[in-house]
Write a protein that binds this ligand. Structure first.
Ligand code: DOR
Ligand code: ZN
Length: 340
């Protein structure tokens, strides 16, 4: 008789990919990489390390470190794309297995002091980028602009670049505004965007509207409720231009809870559990697999994953601290749990 035995709910999907993650380096890398390996088949690892991943040899070294620390996780390599890169260097990066170059706006986020001030600075490299098929991942914020307007003010140069070079694929990373969603929709098939879990859930009010929540401080900043709504609509829509990139960006507790805190949300410990929760509560579980395990692979020209991962409806509490970092949703009860 129903009601006595709780319905054992399980949700299975093809193992997802994370097309934007920070795994850090050295002593920090093993824990963060293993946390990713529990959930994802492949992760596009961001290159804003110190020293950064810029050359072919850096790609090789960093990939080996990740493979050693998290066997079973396939790292997809990105390098920091700089205007001073030569054609020969880009070809060598491609040969070393890089699939994307990431452009950072100068000084806007972690280790971006050597970043660009205008996307047009990389136009001279577009020929080689097209020839090699390297994807250009953009942290889309305009340096020097008021922080809430930085993403929107980047969109003109992004659109101009995408239209002028239709043979180069561009990803607008971690979109945070309705304007960015509209821009990505209006541009050609060479353009896509990643969306994070936290930008699907929080607004700026969650960060600074009441007590200050440094662990929700990230770049780009979470914006207005209508921006969050546009992101949710894009993620749930089944539009292949939008796919998952966690932007999980761990910083040790002391680097967040201090006078000049680092930007970044450590979402990896809930990166699949939280996503299933968001889609489930919206009644959109049928759209989840495409968002996190199909559209990104398709855009990057990679085969879709074949293994699966399962979650079960079973509550658990997110730890207050894990590996020295306060994770996203720390202390909260999650309704979905990774199945063994
Ligand atoms: O909040 C962020 N943290 N945004 C970024 O773009 C970089 C990241 C990090 O590396 O900490
Ligand atoms: Zn990032």
């Amino acid at each position: 008789c129903a009601g006595i035995f709780p319905l054992h709910m399980k949700f299975t999907l093809r193992r997802p990919d994370d097309f934007h993650v920070h795994l850090r380096q050295d002593a920090d890398l093993p824990a963060y990489a293993r946390e990713a390996a529990r959930r994802f088949a492949r992760v596009l690892v961001m290159p804003n390390l110190a020293p950064p991943v810029i050359a072919a040899v850096d790609v090789d070294t960093y990939r080996k470190a990740i493979l050693a620390d998290a066997p079973g996780l396939e790292p997809l390599m990105a390098f920091k794309l700089l205007p001073r890169h030569t054609g020969a260097q880009l070809r060598a990066l491609k040969d070393a297995g890089a699939i994307a170059g990431k452009v950072y706006p100068e000084g806007v986020t972690t280790n971006s002091e050597d970043g660009i001030t205008d996307l047009r600075q990389i136009w001279p490299l577009m020929g080689v980028l097209e020839e090699t098929g390297l994807v250009v991942c953009c942290h889309g914020e305009k340096p020097g602009v008021f922080s809430l307007d930085r993403e929107e003010r980047f969109l003109d140069e992004f659109a101009e670049t995408a239209s002028r070079f239709p043979g180069v694929r561009l990803v607008l990373e971690h979109v945070s505004t309705a304007a960015a969603v509209r821009a990505v929709r209006s541009l050609g098939p060479n353009v896509a965007a990643t969306i994070t879990l936290h930008h699907l859930e929080i607004t700026l009010d969650d960060v600074v509207g009441g007590m200050l929540k440094p662990h929700l401080f990230c770049k780009p900043l979470a914006k207005r409720p209508e921006d969050r709504e546009a992101l949710r609509e894009a993620a749930f829509s089944g539009d292949p231009k939008f796919f998952y990139g966690t932007d999980s960006a761990p910083h040790h507790k002391g680097k967040k809870e201090c006078a000049a805190g680092c930007a970044g949300v450590y979402s990896m410990p809930v990166a699949l559990e939280g996503l299933v929760d968001v889609f489930d509560r919206a009644g959109k579980l049928d759209r989840l697999e495409d968002f996190c395990a199909s559209f990104g692979a398709d855009f990057y020209g990679l085969p879709r994953t074949t293994e699966t991962v399962s979650l079960e409806k079973a509550s658990w509490i997110v730890p207050d601290v894990t590996d020295g970092v306060v994770p996203y949703r720390a202390g909260e009860t999650m309704p979905w749990k990774l199945a063994r």
